[in-house]
Design a protein around this ligand. Structure first.
Ligand SMILES: Nc1nc2c(ncn2[C@@H]2O[C@H](COP(=O)(O)OP(=O)(O)OP(=O)(O)O)[C@@H](O)[C@H]2O)c(=O)[nH]1
Ligand SMILES: [Mg+2]
Length: 523
């Protein structure tokens, strides 16, 4: 049972240990630092010298463990007491999230509007409402929120001191357990705010929250490794808290020691990052082989991209009868799924559904998921799915374009799909607007409206990415002829004495297969 899912992302970086529930020990502390995931991973430190060093680190850790465990014991007993009180009043603070039971903590949201922010970026209310959705997805209960307009953030506490006091009062009044900031905070800011808010209150930021959701959602080994990597990288510059704590415990006697230890921790964490990268690489190689096998079939690949919750998985499920989880929560999908779409006219294409995007997407996550997202760069067509019923649809489009440009895929042909037309306040107006634009199709993935038109539009756009071939296929190559009909756009067939003469648009990979027959045709 997990209590306080956010704890996982701020202190325990590895999804591998996320669910472990063992007594607080050195091992756990190591895990909390992201230092060693399991015994098998302790091989990160190999030489005797390094081994000794690890022992030394362990001793120091043990010291901290004792002092921390006292803290933990008192804090967990407070929590337990609190939980009991809550249990007495209501049992419903344990929520099921993705098959895991999560204690629903009371969260308070804080946003900052920077004076001089570009007009067309998300407004503060909009961004906070999205943060609310993220908190809900992570299993938290939002009990309040506030924001402040600032020309520049306070380097110590991000927000001004008046705002800090206001939040402190709200924490007491509303029983807040976690304060979430809408922007990324520095290690110092996180530490200072936690100190000021005191007690059990945890402080985290949007990035930690998103990482935590990814952590909860990761279903495959590759996704788990990617999230672990992103969490460790997020953690690296923030590895300060526990050593200052140690200095405090020792009454300042070990002054300066914290800094040295932070360096040791950072090195061990860097080793762990290196080991995870290696493991990820081997998992990827395996997937790549599988993908190459798939590419030996010349069916064009179409990738669904879009803002999280736009309806990408629902569309894949509708078109292919797949069973990808689609729900009204953010980041339902992390791993790519590819299915074959068979159209009524016998044509086919492969459709890939993948992770959704969001504004302020943590850069560590984009980097960690780059390999998964590479699937996108190998597709013949990108279908940008937009939830057109969403009041911020325009801004979602901009955020998606921004990530696509980071992924360097702007040159791949694109088709825009306005989804959830059924949910829009004026569907007719939306349809008229779409007609005026090029490359926009209106659909409702949920009830299937517009899907035949969508498939036709995909076919038309795929034609743009295909090459024109004229070839003479000998009669014994009848299988090639039927594949051309399946994956290409045939303009003309003519039966001659030597074989079938064909003029068609075909995917590039397939055109290469036809090369000898094209020469035959020329001769
Ligand atoms: N009304 C309506 N709801 C839809 C439509 N398409 C999807 N939804 C709902 O929107 C929610 C999100 O759908 P998903 O398919 O999970 O969205 P996604 O883009 O895959 O989301 P992520 O995996 O989080 O990126 C679900 O509750 C769907 O039932 C639609 O056409 N109309
Ligand atoms: Mg999805």
């Amino acid at each position: 049972m997990m209590s306080g899912c956010l704890y996982g992302s701020i202190i325990r970086p590895s999804p591998v240990v996320h669910e472990l529930h063992v007594p607080f020990s050195t091992a756990v502390l190591h895990q909390e630092l992201g230092v060693a995931i399991s015994d098998s991973n302790s091989s990160v430190i190999e030489t005797t010298e390094q081994g000794k060093e690890e022992e030394r680190v362990r001793d120091i850790f043990d010291g901290v463990v004792q002092s921390q465990s006292q803290d933990k014991t008192s804090s967990s007993s407070t929590r337990a007491k609190k939980k009991k009180e809550d249990d007495d009043s209501s049992d419903d603070r344990f929520k099921l999230r993705n098959g895991r039971e999560i204690f629903e903590e009371n969260a308070y949201l804080v946003g900052v509007e920077r004076k001089g922010d570009i007009q067309d970026s998300f407004g503060i209310q909009e961004s906070l409402s999205e943060l609310n959705q993220l908190a809900d997805t992570a299993g938290l209960k939002v009990v309040g929120s506030t924001y402040q307009k600032l020309s520049s953030p306070n380097p110590r506490t991000y927000i001004g001191s008046g705002k800090v006091s206001e939040i402190k009062s709200a924490i007491h009044a509303l029983g807040v357990e976690t304060v979430i900031f809408d922007d990324e905070l520095s290690a110092g800011q996180l530490r200072n705010l936690e100190k000021i808010f005191g007690g059990d209150v945890r402080v985290c930021d949007r990035t930690a929250l998103i990482l935590d959701i990814f952590n909860q959602r990761a279903a495959t080994h590759e996704a788990s490794l990617q999230v672990a990597l992103a969490q460790m990288e997020y953690q690296l510059p923030r590895l300060t808290k526990m050593w200052t704590h140690l200095e405090r415990q020792a009454g300042g006697k070990v002054k300066g020691m914290g800094e040295k230890q932070i360096e040791v921790d950072k090195r061990i964490l860097r080793n762990q990052i290196g080991a995870t990268r290696k493991e990820l690489e081997s998992v990827r190689q395996h997937r790549k082989q599988y993908r190459n096998r798939r590419f030996s079939v010349p069916v064009p690949v179409v990738s669904l991209v879009g803002y999280t919750n736009a309806g990408k998985s629902t569309l894949l499920n509708q078109l292919t009868g797949a069973d990808v989880l689609a729900e009204d929560k953010l980041f339902a999908t992390l791993d790519p799924t590819t299915r074959r779409v068979q159209m009524k006219n016998g044509k086919e294409f492969l459709l890939t559904d993948t992770v959704g995007f969001i504004q302020k997407l943590p850069t560590t996550l984009v980097a960690a998921f780059r390999a998964t997202l590479e699937e996108i760069s190998e597709s013949s067509l990108l279908v940008h799915v937009v939830d057109i019923s969403h009041p911020l649809a325009e801004k979602h489009i901009e955020a998606v374009d921004k990530v696509l440009s980071e992924l360097d895929v702007l040159l791949i042909p694109r088709l825009m799909v306005w989804n959830k037309v059924d949910k829009a306040s004026d569907p007719q107006k939306i349809r008229l607007e779409a007609e005026k634009r090029e490359d926009v199709v209106c659909i409702s993935a949920l009830n299937g409206d517009g899907l035949p038109e969508f498939c036709n539009a995909v076919q038309e756009k795929l034609k743009d990415s295909m090459v024109w071939v004229e070839a003479l296929l000998p009669f014994e190559k009848g299988d090639l002829l039927s594949t051309i009909h399946q994956v290409g756009m045939v303009e003309k067939t003519e039966y001659t004495e030597k074989g079938t003469f064909i003029k068609a648009h075909v995917p590039l990979r397939f055109a290469r297969l036809l090369t000898p027959m094209r020469q035959l045709c020329v001769s």
